[in-house]
Design a protein around this ligand. Structure first.
Ligand code: HEM
Length: 144
């Protein structure tokens, strides 16, 4: 009986430890596969450059502080990838609601991001894993 009690206590302790470690260490596999913080910040910066060179969408950014935008996109990409980064910007609904964006706008943004990831040597499969994390945001961003 004593052995059973001891065993149960040990099992309980083991589970608590496993849960504790799991909570402390989020899955950062995608963050690592994208190359870590500096590589992700560069992808965000290259994507921003592509937006400003893209005739389809560049006018949308006419009234935007692009230094702030570039920094926030880097923070957000890093956080979404699973890195230990804090995104300090507004949520996607609030920051896009006044822009009346379409699915075509969204697709242009995705293409510009893909172009940046190609340039930065991100393998196709990794690109798709990252895009899959951004895809659910479409509901908040496209309002037209
Ligand atoms: C998954 C897709 C997208 C992501 C992850 C994204 C991300 C962001 C982020 C992080 C911000 C900064 C939020 C803030 O100001 O606090 C932002 C703002 C902005 N985004 Fe997006 N965005 C996306 C789609 C789009 C699309 C499709 C367009 C238009 C073609 C667009 C145009 C803008 C503009 C113009 C701003 C600045 C608004 C302002 O200055 O107030 N975004 N976006």
């Amino acid at each position: 009986m004593k052995i059973v009690k001891f065993g149960t206590a040990l099992l309980f302790a083991g589970c608590s430890l496993a849960l504790g470690l799991g909570a402390a260490r989020a899955d950062d596999t995608l963050f690592q596969d994208l190359g870590g913080r500096d590589a992700i910040v560069k992808i965000a910066s290259d994507t921003t450059d592509n937006f400003l060179a893209d005739e389809r969408i560049k006018a949308t950014f006419d009234n935007t502080n692009m230094d702030r935008f570039r920094r926030l996109l880097g923070e957000q990409f890093c956080q979404v990838a699973g890195g230990a980064c804090a995104y300090t910007g507004r949520n996607m609904h609030d920051s896009h609601k006044g822009l009346h964006l379409t699915n075509a706008d969204f697709n242009a943004v995705v293409e510009d991001l893909q172009k940046a990831m190609d340039k930065d040597g991100v393998p196709f499969a990794t690109q798709n894993r990252f895009l899959a994390r951004l895809a659910p945001m479409q509901h908040d961003i496209v309002t037209k």
